[in-house]
Design a protein around this ligand. Structure first.
Ligand code: BG6
Length: 298
């Protein structure tokens, strides 16, 4: 469907419309009484969310690609059906195929109190990637209001079981990373992806002062990003996930990424609701898993 057809079928007057965004990417723009947001149909990618009376909550790189087939740097990439590099086939795209595939619009709705909901779908045929030979049905529900809820439903629609990993890879905007702490993960074991042999843990809240790439491997807990420079807290709740990823590339890794500005790393932190490492999920035919992240600010 082109933009005109999408608007005819799914626009909500004064609340939701489709338009062509940078690089020709199809976008959904939402404005309601509680917040504004934009979602790219490539990747089912939430690119921005701004509750009223607050600054934008999600971070987006000024150097991001905007091109079909290339990952967007910022917002909420959907990593699926593998997290990070594919263990068996390292030549496959990092973080899976969902973040660069074109999703279908399933429905749009104004739900209670003027909150807007968008539902998108992706299946094996849409994704068109023979390297993942399993039938699946993904359904993404993005609910935009004073809080932002993103739920990824994963259903095995084939006749064999499969095992996947993934994440809602949320990038949060912060004033300056040195003025930020992350609470809710202290005392929990994590795999340090920069030094993965021995599991580690810290008994204090996280304060990032160097490249950080951790998978907390046994947590269903919410996190709180305490940002003293912007004077706000971002609460990140989740369900359907027992692993949480914390990532900031710092100086050298940022410099090595073409789609990440050298000076941008102090302005962001990723807190990802994941099913990664030991938290891989096996789905039998017909089974479904739901991974949810709920974000709010105070
Ligand atoms: C994080 C990983 O989730 O994503 C990091 O833990 C990785 O290792 C980062 O560098 C970004 O990945 P990508 O594929 O978007 O560059």
């Amino acid at each position: 469907m082109n933009i005109q057809e999408l608007n005819q079928r799914f626009a909500l007057a004064g609340q939701l419309l489709f338009r062509t965004g940078p690089g020709g990417l199809p976008l959904v723009e939402i404005f309601n009484d509680q917040a504004s947001a934009s979602i790219c149909l490539m990747g089912g990618h939430v690119m921005s969310w701004q509750p009223r009376e607050h600054a934008p909550v999600l971070w987006m790189s000024g150097h991001s690609n905007y091109q079909i087939g290339k990952a967007i740097r910022g917002g909420i990439p959907i990593c699926w059906p593998w997290f990070g590099a594919n263990a068996k086939s390292p030549e496959f795209p990092a973080h899976g195929i969902a973040r660069t595939a074109l999703w279908r619009v399933l429905s749009t709705a104004s739900i209670e109190k003027g909150v807007t909901q968008l539902r998108l779908g992706l299946n094996q045929t849409d994704a068109g990637f023979s390297g993942w030979p399993h039938n699946f049905d993904l359904e993404l529900a993005v609910t935009v209001g004073q809080s932002l809820q993103v739920t990824l439903g994963i259903r095995n629609s084939g006749s064999d079981s499969f095992t996947w990993t993934g994440a809602l890879h949320s990038y949060f905007s912060v004033g300056h990373i040195t003025e930020v702490t992350v609470e809710g993960l202290q005392g929990l074991p994590y795999t340090d992806r920069l030094d993965p042999i021995i599991p580690k843990s810290e008994d204090h809240s996280i304060h990032i002062t160097a490249e950080t790439d951790r998978i907390y491997t046994a947590t269903e807990q919410a996190c709180r990003i305490v940002d003293r420079s912007l004077g706000r807290n971002i609460h990140v709740e989740k369900s359907g996930s027992r692993s949480t990823v914390v990532w900031n590339p710092w100086v050298n890794k940022a410099a090595a990424m073409a789609d990440f500005g050298n000076e941008e790393y102090p302005g962001m932190i990723c807190i990802e609701a994941a099913n990664a490492a030991d938290d891989a999920v096996t789905l039998e035919p017909g089974d479904e898993h739901k991974l949810t992240q709920i974000i709010r600010v105070d």
